[in-house]
Every structure is written in structure tokens, then in C-alpha cells.
Ligand binder design. Structure first.
Ligand SMILES: *Cc1c(COP(=O)(O)O)cnc(C)c1O
Length: 377
């Protein structure tokens, strides 16, 4: 990281020991099957280079990304992993996919053909994964189309269908009946594709790793859980409690001011002080990925006390009422957005619940200008 970048006072601390702990927990659930962790979207906001490098140091050599551009960035940064590219793309991206040795997920013959064309020109063989839609209702061919698709793939000897995969829309819900039906469908797909040399059937995301052992098949693709975050608040397996959050998000007080009662604060004056108040400025705004919809709802931990954020969250700054800390607070003091301080902790789930979204979105939205600081222990 460039030295000047860490001068940004709002920072994300990445606890690599917790990443190790979470990987070991997930590995203990799936046994000796390979895990292919998902580090798409900048590793769910945690910093793909930092996370990817640590996973490779741990011996994980196959990593999932959403787009080929993410794989290229990481390869260029020196991560020599095999990247599975999860999202559907267009044949025009075949050049990149082949050049960077990616294993793309395919669900059209046009994709297969595009990859085969580039592969034959460059004398390469490309492994791909066929996406089957067992109920996600997004990308993927229908289960009843799998055999015909595999037959057509035989016209392209440069392309090996190494894996067949599917994805769960509701494995994180308390009612697992839909997921169970999907697993049943996927078993039928496995049965029907016998004889086509498929070496890996893979289905499980984080939720399924905890709650649906029948979905393990030959490999699993955990995302959110490697970062120590729960796939949802309705998971059944009590072992989700063993996950340790990898990210802490912290800032510092840059300015303090006493204001009289009745003072309007920030854009729109959506907050007026009721009493004489001590108001601190924090260099955190929606430009850092903190939703403006959390204005007047957010809290910070300062000196172990929850202090309310007040007034509109601006692009680069927001305000916090630290009247309760009068005489004890000064510029430079730490303000915890997510993480522990004293005996208290603010979690990503707290923010997600207040905002009305999921933990995935909170961390993924942390902006690029927030430096990710890896911590070894
Ligand atoms: C992102 C993703 C995963 C990981 O899901 P989590 O819920 O984060 O564990 C697995 N498979 C596919 C296809 C994905 O896109």
C-alpha cells in the first residue's frame, strides 16, 4: 500500500488470524473436500489482494471471483491462483479468460465456442464449469438441458467441462425444504452426467456448509463465512457462533466543538441539539461507503461508550455527540464503526439491521479510499 494512503484516518483492519480460524472451522465441516473461497468484489470489501494472498499462504490454490477483470488484477498483483470466474460473461471476454488461465463458469454454447476458438489459436486447453439452475432462477441451464449441452461440448476438444455447479437462493433460511429439493435435482443431474468425465460437482455456499451437509458433493465455495460473518440471522447450526469477524472499521476524531442548545447540525439541519453539547467530527462519510441512510441512526464506540451520530452523514465527514465524554475526549481519539472497544462491540450485522440490508452489502460497500490494513495476530 502506498504510504500516503494510510494517512486516511478511516481505516479497515483485517485480522488475518481470524481468517485462518474461519477457514479451519469451514474445513472441519467439509472434511477433506477442497474449499474454493470467494474473494469477489474486493473480497467482500476486505481487500482481495490481502485476503487472497493469505489464503494462498494457507494452501488454498483455487479462488472464486465474479469477473475476469478481478482475476486479472489479482494475477497482475502476483497471486498465481486458479481463478474460477463465477458470473456469466460474453464471448468477447474469452481472450482474457484464456490468457489468464481462468476457469470460467459457462451456461451458453456461445461461451464455450468463444473460449474454444481462442484456446485452439493459442494451443491451450481450458477447464470450464457448467452452471445448472436448480432453482436460483438466475444464470444457468435447466437440469433437463444438461446432457444435450454436454454432448454439444464434445465438438470443442479444447474445452474440458471439469465441473458442474449450482447455487442456492434460500439455504440461509430456517426452512430448508426448497434447498433440499434443489439438492435432489442436482443429484439427478449428477446421475445423468455420468460418463461425461465431470470431475467436480460443487454446490455449497456458506449457508449450505453450515446447514446442509448433503450439499457438500466434491468442493464448496464459501464466501461470507470466511470473513467471519453469518450468512443470515436464521442459521440452524450452532457452530456459526464460532466464526470470528475479520474486519474492524475504525476512524478518529478530527475536531471537537461545544455548541449551545438549539444548534442545527450538518446539511438540512435534520438534528438540533436539545442541550449544550460537545460535538465531534469524524472523517467518515458516504464517500467511504457509509450509507447516508444511516444518518442519525449510526453509533460509534468512543472510550468504550456508544455515542450517537447526529445530523446528515456527508460525503467525507459526519458528526457525533460526545457530550457524555466531556473532559475525557480529544482530537485523535479512536471512534469504532465496526469492532470492539472496551467491553462493547458494534457488529456488521448491527449496521445491516439498522439500515435494513444484509451484512454482505455493508462490507462490500466500504470504499476504495479506506485503506485495508492487514494484521497478523
Ligand atoms: C458469491 C457466491 C458464493 C459464496 O456465497 P456466500 O453466501 O458468500 O458463501 C458461492 N457461489 C456462487 C456462485 C457465488 O456467486
Amino acid at each position: 500500500m502506498d504510504h500516503h494512503r494510510s494517512s486516511h484516518l478511516t481505516q479497515a483492519f483485517i485480522h488475518l488470524d481470524h481468517l485462518t480460524h474461519n477457514m479451519n472451522l469451514l474445513q472441519s465441516l467439509v472434511g477433506d473436500r477442497p474449499l474454493w473461497p470467494a474473494i469477489k468484489a474486493n473480497a467482500y470489501g476486505h481487500g482481495a489482494e490481502i485476503v487472497g494472498r493469505h489464503l494462498m499462504d494457507m494452501g488454498y490454490e483455487t479462488l472464486c471471483v465474479a469477473h475476469v477483470s478481478e482475476a486479472i488484477d489479482l494475477k497482475e498483483a502476483g497471486l498465481n491462483a486458479t481463478f474460477i470466474v463465477l458470473s456469466a460473461t460474453l464471448p468477447e471476454n474469452s481472450e482474457y479468460l484464456v490468457a489468464y488461465g481462468c476457469e470460467p463458469v459457462v451456461c451458453t454454447l456461445e461461451m464455450v465456442e468463444g473460449i474454444a476458438r481462442v484456446a485452439s489459436r493459442t494451443g491451450k486447453k481450458v477447464a470450464v464449469h457448467l452452471k445448472v439452475d436448480t432453482g436460483m432462477g438466475r444464470v444457468g441451464i435447466r437440469p433437463d438441458q444438461v446432457v444435450e449441452f454436454l454432448d454439444r461440448c464434445r465438438d470443442y476438444p479444447e474445452v474440458t467441462v471439469k465441473g458442474i455447479m449450482s447455487h442456492f437462493p434460500m439455504a440461509d433460511e430456517e426452512d430448508k425444504s426448497f434447498a433440499v429439493r434443489q439438492i435432489d435435482l442436482f443429484r439427478q443431474v449428477k446421475e445423468a452426467s455420468r460418463g461425461y468425465g465431470i470431475s467436480v460437482y460443487h454446490f455449497a455456499n456458506s449457508a449450505a456448509i453450515f446447514d446442509l451437509p448433503d450439499a457438500y458433493f466434491d468442493a464448496a465455495r464459501p464466501g461470507i463465512s470466511i470473513y467471519g460473518l453469518k450468512p443470515s440471522l436464521s442459521m440452524l447450526n450452532p457452530r456459526v457462533k464460532e466464526l470470528k469477524p475479520v474486519l474492524e472499521w475504525k476512524s478518529r476524531i478530527t475536531f471537537l466543538k461545544e455548541v449551545p442548545a438549539g444548534t442545527g447540525l450538518s446539511y438540512g439541519h435534520t438534528f438540533h441539539t436539545q442541550t449544550p453539547s460537545l460535538i465531534a467530527t469524524i472523517p467518515l462519510g458516504y464517500g467511504d461507503g457509509m450509507s447516508r441512510l444511516l444518518s442519525n441512526k449510526l453509533q460509534f464506540l468512543i472510550h468504550g461508550i456508544r455515542c450517537p451520530q447526529v445530523g446528515r452523514i456527508c460525503m467525507d465527514q459526519c458528526l457525533v455527540d460526545v457530550t457524555a465524554l466531556r473532559g475525557r475526549v480529544e482530537p485523535g481519539n479512536e471512534a469504532v464503526i465496526v469492532g470492539k472497544q472496551g467491553n462493547d462491540e458494534i457488529t456488521v450485522d448491527d449496521l445491516a439491521q439498522t439500515l435494513g440490508t444484509i451484512n454482505y452489502e455493508i462490507v462490500t460497500n466500504i470504499a476504495k479510499r479506506v485503506p485495508r490494513i492487514p494484521l497478523k495476530a
